[in-house]
Design a protein. Structure first.
Length: 149
């Protein structure tokens, strides 16, 4: 089932993030568990963040973190995804998490657009793109990374 994250989920979310990080293009960027734990605490407490988990029988098998922030050229806000990943056991729950995020962002009257990204290099970006398009998103560009060795 999908539900909002609680403090008791932080260790499970960290495991999901570690799994994702190990498969991402950013694997050379060291993951600091203490920094990650603190960031998750802030996200769970913040009204500007939305943290969801896929909880399958007490095991966290997916996580989504979204945020709203003021658009730099406007008084209005944008909602954006910060992290979106499901483990092999959590496959099939991603679309439901994304719909929950879109609903949450849409209910905030200050949010005027929702920005979704495919930036990790994990999995099948074409499948994720199709998911976003089914939900009404329009592709607007590409992202690039210059990894430092």
């Amino acid at each position: 089932m999908i539900r909002e994250a609680e403090f008791k989920d932080i260790s499970g979310i960290i495991s999901v993030v570690k799994d994702a990080h190990g498969k991402s293009i950013s694997i050379s960027v060291p993951l600091d568990s203490k920094v990650l734990r603190k960031s998750l605490q802030v996200c769970i407490l913040s009204r500007e963040h939305y943290v969801l988990v896929v909880d399958l029988g007490g095991s966290i098998e997916g996580a989504f973190i979204g945020v709203t922030h003021q658009i730099w050229y406007s008084r209005k806000k944008q909602a954006a995804d910060l992290f979106f990943y499901v483990t092999e056991k959590g496959k099939g729950w991603g679309a439901k998490m994304m719909r929950r995020f879109i609903t949450w962002a849409s209910e905030d009257t200050g949010v005027k657009e929702i920005m979704l990204g495919i930036n990790s290099g994990i999995g099948d970006p074409e499948r994720t793109r199709k998911l976003y398009e089914r939900m009404g998103a329009i592709k607007i560009g590409d992202s690039f990374v210059l990894p430092k060795e």
